[in-house]
Design a protein around this ligand. Structure first.
Ligand SMILES: [Zn+2]
Length: 279
């Protein structure tokens, strides 16, 4: 995406956050149930996963996105994060990663190219290295073996805007297959088009939950996302990356209709922001 477009989108997103919301109290986020995996959606492509052992993973942590009225509070209240996974370099996926990394010490899980670009853009240098940097085809074993992260390709872009006139190459964009011991396997698609090799994701591991972009314009819309679900065959699909900006026109209703057309046993689960579910 062009830097000017990024700047425009940044400005757009800021104008969507009414000032009055900043003072609103956040309701208590449900406590994590020991032994369960908890999934929380912050809006857009941002999620938090809490493992059965209580480890905290953030994916594409743009907590202060236009859909999340409690974004600033969510960032302030987030005291623990072990890993931050970032699919690609666009601002709406890097989000609050640097700020959260600085206060939690969370290590960055990203491709080597993206990780290095993000370190150049402010991510703490000693929180990214060979242990959490990988690339497509590879799977990392992390957090004493409780979590495995496989790098899945995506069809998209991945520049990192480090400043007004500083746009860096972030390597190839991707998604993640996160496999949790005594918990589910979760596929976050990142931003992507539909591509037939998505079928390969499920070839090596049954996908329990697929977090799928449906917003159209920059990614798959409802019809292509439904076709992606037909390839991956997850037990559950959670739509994301829709409605954040007016151009992301895909809706859950349209996605529901398209899923019916393709058939299959996948159940759709629409998450509400800051209302975590146990998996
Ligand atoms: Zn993107």
């Amino acid at each position: 995406m062009h830097a000017r477009t990024l700047a425009l989108l940044s400005a757009l997103s800021l104008s969507f956050i009414p000032a009055a919301h900043a003072a609103e109290p956040t309701k208590e986020v449900a406590a994590h149930v020991a032994g369960k995996t908890q999934l929380n959606w912050y809006g857009h492509a941002a999620f938090k996963l809490v493992t059965p052992n209580g480890k905290v993973l953030l994916i594409d942590p743009w907590l202060q996105n236009p859909s999340n009225k409690n974004g600033a509070d969510d960032v302030a209240k987030l005291e623990k994060a072990d890993l931050i996974l970032i699919t690609h370099g666009h601002f709406d996926h890097v989000g609050n990663a640097v700020e959260i990394a600085k206060k939690t010490g969370a290590k960055l899980v990203a491709t080597f190219d993206l990780g290095n670009a993000l370190v150049g853009a402010g991510y703490p240098k000693d929180q990214f290295g060979f242990d959490t940097g990988g690339n497509f085809g590879g799977e990392l074993t992390l957090l004493d073996g409780e979590v495995k992260v496989a790098f899945i390709p995506a069809v998209h872009g991945s520049t990192v805007a480090a400043g007004d006139n500083d746009v860096r190459q972030g390597g190839s964009p991707g998604g993640f297959l996160i496999t949790i011991k005594n918990g589910p396997a979760i596929f976050h698609t990142g931003d992507t088009d539909l591509f037939s090799d998505m079928a390969l994701v499920a070839k090596f591991h049954k996908v329990d939950v697929m977090l799928a972009c449906i917003g159209d314009h920059f990614t798959m819309g409802p019809a292509r996302a439904a076709a992606a679900v037909a390839l991956v065959k997850p037990s559950l699909v959670v739509p994301m990356h829709f409605g954040t900006f007016p151009v992301l026109t895909g809706t859950v209703d349209a996605f529901t209709k398209e899923l019916k057309k393709v058939g299959g046993a996948t159940k759709l689960k629409e998450l509400k922001i800051d209302e975590p579910i146990e998996l």
